[in-house]
Design a protein around this ligand. Structure first.
Ligand SMILES: N[C@@H](CCC(=O)N[C@@H](CS)C(=O)NCC(=O)O)C(=O)O
Length: 216
């Protein structure tokens, strides 16, 4: 059984989407980051970086640890683990595999952090810092241009097939069009490929279900 430690944020939604896609049974353990649950001692044993998402897989023992079930943090590592152990949503070799990993890493290292900082400065922070808002609005806009170009040349980020790269990007791009739509209004215009992809990916039953887990 997979135990999923997560919350209702873009990074948190990726893993329930993946688990729904591959049809693996899992138990959800909500970690309410607004209540600082991510700093609880038991959670830190699983996720030493005190961030969600994380999983444990009690089918596998972590032989380098204390014999406890394997625990994994960082959403990109979890998506790769679930893809490789299920044999789904990541090509085993060849160009499609490395295109998927390329866009997965682009999301983890670029899209997520930039949209996250934009959310903090433009939406959540009570004190507004204009330079920070300008900087992250510009960078988020640039990244939306990058993904528009990719999705104009291929139906999915890895190429012809839906993969873990699409799963990693989807909740963040939903955030771009909802909670971040005000600072990103101009950048979201003239992006037909992005809006087509959002509709196609959002219509998948596993994506619709995963986006509601956890429900809070
Ligand atoms: N690179 C990490 C980012 C994880 C992350 O930033 N998680 C946020 C929620 S979206 C979190 O747990 N924040 C709590 C905190 O910073 O204390 C991943 O992809 O898993």
């Amino acid at each position: 059984m997979i135990h999923l430690y997560t919350w209702s944020t873009p990074n948190g939604r990726k893993i329930p989407i993946m688990l729904e896609e591959i049809g693996l049974p899992y138990e959800v353990h909500p970690i309410d980051i607004s209540q600082n649950d991510q700093f609880a001692t038991d959670f830190l044993k699983i996720a030493p970086n005190n961030k969600i998402p994380a999983i444990t897989d009690d089918r596998i023992v972590d032989t380098a640890g204390d014999g406890a079930p394997l625990a994994i943090f960082e959403s990109g590592a979890i998506l790769t683990y679930l893809a490789e152990t299920s044999g789904q949503l990541l090509a085993p070799s060849g160009a499609a595999r490395f295109k998927a990993l390329e866009w997965l890493h682009w999301q983890i290292g670029g899209l997520g952090p930039m949209l996250g900082q934009l959310g903090f400065f433009a939406v959540r922070a009570e004190e507004k810092a204009p330079l920070a808002i300008e900087r992250f609005t510009q960078e988020a806009g640039r990244l939306l241009g990058v993904i528009e170009r990719r999705l104009s040349e291929a139906p999915y980020l890895a190429g012809t097939e839906y993969s873990i790269a699409d799963i990693a990007c989807y909740p963040w791009l939903v955030a771009a069009t909802t909670i971040l739509k005000e600072p990103l209004t101009r950048s979201l215009q003239d992006k037909p490929a992005l809006h087509r992809w959002l509709a196609v990916v959002g219509a998948r039953p596993a994506v619709a279900k995963g986006m509601q887990i956890p429900s809070a």
